[in-house]
Write a protein of this length. Sequence first.
Length: 278
Amino acid sequence: MSNKNSHITDENCKLTKKDLNKMFRRWIFSAGLGYNFETQQAPSVAFSMRKALRKIYKDDKEYIEAMDNHYKYFNANPLMANVILGATLAMEENEGIKAKNAVQSLKTSLMGPFSGVGDSIFWILIPTIMGSIAGYMAVQGNATGAVIWMILQAMFYFLKVWLFKTGYNSGTKLVTSLGKKINIFTDAISIMGLMVIGCLIPTVVKVFIPLKFKTGKVILSLQNGILDKIMPALLPVAVTIFVYWLLGKKNITPTKIIGLIILICLLGSFTGILGVVK
C-alpha cells in the first residue's frame, strides 16, 4: 500500500464508532490535564487525538506533522470544545494532511466565540442557578441538593456526547459538500482566524503608560493625550509585534518570552513607566 494519501482511500483508515468514542472519552477526562501557560490545553488535545490520528495517518511523517499541529495553542470551554475537535477530526479523516492549515485555522477562529457561549452558560448561568437551589436545600437538610448536582453532571455527559457527534458530522458534511473547493474554505477559515486574533489583541493585551507632561496648569497624558490619539491600542499592537518577532528567533522559546514580559512588567511598575489598566 502506498503511503501517499493512502489514509484517504483506505477503508482500514476510516474511524469507527469505537475510535470516535475513545477519542471523546480521552478528551472529557483529560481536558484540564497538562494545562500550561504556553500552549494551555494543547497537550490534552494531542493526547485525545493520538490514537485516532495514528489510524488516519499510516505514514509516520504525516502522523508526526499532524500531532505537532495539535500541540499548538488551544484553549476553549471543555464542553464546547467537543464541537471543534469533532469537526477537525472529520476534516483530517476526509482530507488528510492537506487539511492541516484549515484545521488549525478552524480551531483558532472558533475557540474564542464558543468559549464565550460555553463559559456563560455552563460555568456561570447553570451553576449559579442550580447551585443556589441545591445550596438552599442542603442548608434545610434536604439531600435532594446533592442529587441535583449528580443528575446535572450526568446530563452534561450526554450533552458532551451530542456536541462531539454534531461537530464530527458537521465537519464531514462540510468537507464532502465543498469537494474541490476545500482550498477556498481553507483560505476563508485562515482569514477568519487572523481576524479573531487581531480582535483579541486590544481586548486581552493591556499596556498602560501613566506618565504625564505638565507645563504650568496644562497637563498632558502620554497615554490618553498622545498614544491613543495616534491609534487606539497602539501599545498592545506594538507588544504583540515584538512578541511575534521574538518567536521568530531560534533560541527564544515562549517560556523565555513569558519570563521577559514578567521582568519588563516588574521593572515598568517599579520605575512608574507602566501602570495598572483601569
